[in-house]
Design a protein around this ligand. Structure first.
Ligand SMILES: C[S@@+](CC[C@H](N)C(=O)[O-])C[C@H]1O[C@@H](n2cnc3c(N)ncnc32)[C@H](O)[C@@H]1O
Length: 337
C-alpha cells in the first residue's frame, strides 16, 4: 500500500535545534588500532580481514564491538536497529532511498550496514546489482542474505581499498561514528564512478515542540553533545552539511529534512505509523546512545545515566510535549572531472 509520504523541508535542518553538532572538524586519533592484519582475504578489496573484528567488550551490562564506537551491538541494539529500519520506510513512502537508482545499477556499497536489512531489501529490488554491505561488527549472519548481497567486515575509517568503483554508496544512521567526516567523504568520492550517487541519511536529537522549562530532554541532549565532542566524534546532523560534501567533489542534488513525531499524536495517518516505530526506536535508543559516552567522557555513574534516560522517556511519552526528531536525507552525485 502506497501512502502519501511525510512532507519534507528542502533546506538543511536549522542550526540551533539540538539536531546539529559543532562546527569543528576533529582529526582522526593516531592511537586508533589498525584492524587489518589477519589472513582471511577479502574478495572485494585489496585488504585482508582480521580476527580483531570479533572482539566483545562488556560495559555496564551492554556489549560493544570495540573500544571506540559508542553504540552497543547486543541483541537489544539489533532489535532497535530493525525497528528503526521500519521507522525509516514510511518517511520515504516505503522507498529505501531518495536517490534515483536505475535498474541497470551494478554495484552498491552500504557502509555501516548494521543488521543488513537495508542492503537485503535493496538486493531484492535490484537483483542484477551486487550489494556490498560492510560494518565493523558482525550483527548480520554471513551467507544469510540473498545471493547478490555480500557482507564484509571493514572499518570505514581506514583507507578504502575496494577493487572497483560503485554506482551508489549509502550510509544511514552513522552520526557519531566517525572522527573525520571529510576523509570519509573523500573516500566516498574516490570510490564512486563518475556520475555515481551517494546518499547519507541521519536523524537529529529528540526535540520537544512544547518544552517544559529545564526539560530532561534538554539536559540529555546537552550531555550527549558534550560527551561526543570530547570523544572526538560529534553527534547530530552537522556532517550532512552541503558544503562538506561539495568539498569532496560531491554535488548535492537532494536535501530533505522530515519532521517525524515521536508517538501517535499526529493527525496524519502516515506520521502516526512512522511515529509509533520512531518512538519505540528512540526510547530504546536513549540508553544505547548515551551509556558509553556519558560514563566514559563525562564520568557519570551508570545509574545516573539510566535515571536520566527514564526521565527523558517520561517526557517523550507525554503527548503534550510533542516530541519529534528531524530526519535528514542528502543525495549527492560525484562531479565529473
Ligand atoms: C546506528 S547503526 C546503523 C546501521 C544501519 N546503517 C541502519 O541504518 O540500520 C551504525 C552502524 O555503523 C557501524 N560502524 C560504526 N563505526 C564504523 C566504522 N568505522 N566502519 C564501519 N562501520 C561502522 C556500527 O557497527 C553500526 O552497525
Amino acid at each position: 500500500m502506497s501512502q502519501k509520504p511525510i512532507e519534507a523541508g528542502e533546506q538543511e535542518a536549522p542550526p540551533n535545534n539540538d539536531c546539529v553538532g559543532n562546527e569543528e572538524t576533529p582529526t582522526r586519533p593516531s592511537s586508533e588500532p589498525e584492524h587489518h592484519s589477519g589472513s582471511e582475504a577479502s574478495k572485494n578489496s585489496t585488504r585482508s580481514l582480521s580476527g580483531s573484528f570479533n572482539e566483545e567488550h562488556f560495559e555496564n551490562g551492554r556489549r560493544y564491538c570495540n573500544e571506540i564506537y559508542y553504540m552497543p551491538n547486543d541483541e537489544a541494539e539489533q532489535t532497535r536497529l530493525s525497528i528503526a529500519h521500519q521507522a525509516y520506510l514510511p518517511i520515504l513512502d516505503g522507498q529505501l532511498t531518495l536517490a534515483h537508482i536505475p535498474q541497470s545499477t551494478r554495484r552498491i556499497l552500504d557502509i555501516g550496514a548494521g543488521t543488513g536489512e537495508w542492503a537485503i531489501s535493496m538486493a531484492g529490488l535490484y537483483p542484477n546489482a551486487e550489494i556490498l554491505a560492510t560494518d565493523i561488527t558482525t550483527v548480520f549472519q554471513p551467507g544469510s542474505g540473498p545471493p547478490n548481497v555480500e557482507f564484509e567486515l571493514d572499518d570505514a575509517e581506514v583507507e578504502w581499498t575496494y577493487n572497483e568503483p560503485f554506482d551508489f554508496i549509502h550510509m544511514r544512521s552513522m552520526s557519531g561514528a566517525f572522527a573525520d567526516w571529510d576523509s570519509i567523504y573523500a573516500e566516498v568520492s574516490k570510490h564512486l564512478r563518475d556520475g555515481g550517487s551517494f546518499e547519507i541519511a541521519d536523524q537529529g536529537m529528540i526535540q520537544l515542540k512544547r518544552e517544559p522549562p529545564d526539560s530532561y530532554v534538554k539536559a540529555f541532549n546537552g550531555a550527549l553533545q558534550s560527551a561526543a565532542e570530547r570523544a572526538g566524534r560529534p553527534v547530530g546532523l552537522d556532517h550532512l552539511r552541503k558544503a562538506r560534501l561539495e568539498r569532496a567533489g560531491l554535488s548535492v542534488t537532494k536535501n530533505k529534512t522530515f519532521e517525524v513525531p515521536l508517538g501517535t499524536y499526529s493527525a496524519d495517518p502516515v506520521k502516526k505509523i512512522a511515529g509509533k516505530m520512531a518512538m519505540i526506536a528512540a526510547l530504546e535508543g536513549l540508553e544505547a546512545v548515551s551509556l558509553r559516552l556519558l560514563t566514559r567522557h563525562l564520568a557519570w555513574k551508570e545509574e545516573d545515566v539510566r535515571n536520566l534516560c527514564e526521565k527523558v522517556k517520561e517526557e517523550v511519552m507525554n503527548p503534550s510535549t510533542r516530541a519529534c526528531v528531524a530526519v535528514q536525507f542528502v543525495v549527492a552525485r560525484k562531479m565529473m572531472v
